[in-house]
Design a protein around this ligand. Structure first.
Ligand code: G1P
Length: 301
């Protein structure tokens, strides 16, 4: 989006990556789920690339003891690079350098798994005085096509406050999400938010607009995070801090993203993402497509 340069509203992106990855056990005994490859690239690099493309210069990865490999992934590996260079493996060299070159990566540690709100709060000491707003990207969520953060930045530039990404999803499927109570604006894809509730039953959901893992939050969120109490699941919820800000008159809007989405947080969603991405590559796409077609054709219930 061309307006990105003029409506840039954040420099720091926060990626909460402290979870235990229980849905990916036993693999996550040894490998953080954020490093599992979508074709050949860890999910966390896809998310970091999205943040960098939207103008982030710094990425604060909130991680937990034992998951240092997630941050290490963004460090340069001079020996490996030398080796690849000596062998003339330029394409691989470019891939190896890509992650570390995206943006500056820092770490914040979440010692205890007390919820998403608590995880985001751990990044506050990493902020600088000029961080008036921060982006938060949940690495489980791939939002496609990318670019929604640029739109969210433009909405903050216009309306102020905080801006979240939403998907319009069937009410029967709404319970795993934070759900918005909204009213329309002049722009069909931008709605004003009057309340937000975490993981409601379908009959209690205020709308069909669900939070989709991309947040552009005014710095005021960190003060709100200090004042919330445990909510859904007994956890400190980011949703509840956003809801608190709304009750205090802080403007919150959503950008309704009319694209696709993959949930990398469970094996079923992860596989879809991997197949989706692989089908798009010249290297693996054609043979995978042919094999899948044959495999599905011979499937017996
Ligand atoms: C988190 C948020 C929820 C949001 C969801 C998007 O839930 O708490 O509001 O809708 O991510 O994926 P989680 O998936 O961590 O349970």
């Amino acid at each position: 989006m061309t307006g990105a340069a003029t409506t840039q509203t954040f420099r720091t992106a926060i990626v909460p990556a402290a979870g235990l990855g229980t849905r990916f056990l036993p693999a996550t005994k040894a490998v953080p789920k954020e490093l599992l490859p979508v074709v050949d690239t860890p999910g966390i690099e896809l998310v970091a690339a999205e943040a960098a493309a939207a103008g982030a210069e710094r990425l604060v990865i909130v991680t937990s003891p034992g998951k240092e490999a997630v941050v290490k992934y963004f460090e340069a590996q001079p020996e490996l690079e030398e080796n690849l260079k000596a062998k003339g493996k330029d394409e691989l060299l470019e891939k190896v350098r890509r992650g570390p070159a995206l943006l500056a990566v820092e770490t914040a540690i979440q010692e205890q798994a007390l919820g998403l709100g608590h995880a985001v709060a751990q990044a506050e000491p990493n902020l600088t005085p000029d961080d008036e707003a921060v982006a938060v990207l949940l690495p489980d969520d791939l939002v496609l096509p990318t670019g929604v953060l640029e739109r969210m930045s433009a909405v903050r530039a216009e309306h102020g406050g905080s801006v979240l990404c939403a998907f319009d999803i069937p009410k029967a499927e709404i319970s795993p999400y934070g759900v918005f109570d909204v009213s329309d604006t002049d722009d069909e894809d931008v709605k004003r938010v009057h309340g937000m509730v975490e993981k409601p039953k379908p009959e209690d959901a205020p709308s069909t607009y669900a939070a989709a893992g991309r947040y552009l939050l005014d710095r005021a969120i960190f003060d709100a995070l200090k004042r919330i109490t445990p909510g859904s699941g007994g956890e400190l919820q980011l949703t509840d801090a956003v809801a608190l800000l709304i009750t205090e008159g802080h403007p919150v809007h959503i950008v309704v993203h009319r694209g696709g989405r993959h949930d990398l947080g469970n094996p079923g969603g992860f596989l879809r993402a991997a197949v989706d991405f692989a089908l798009e590559t010249p290297e693996y796409g054609p043979s995978l497509r042919a094999w899948l077609t044959e495999r599905i054709g011979t499937d017996r219930p």
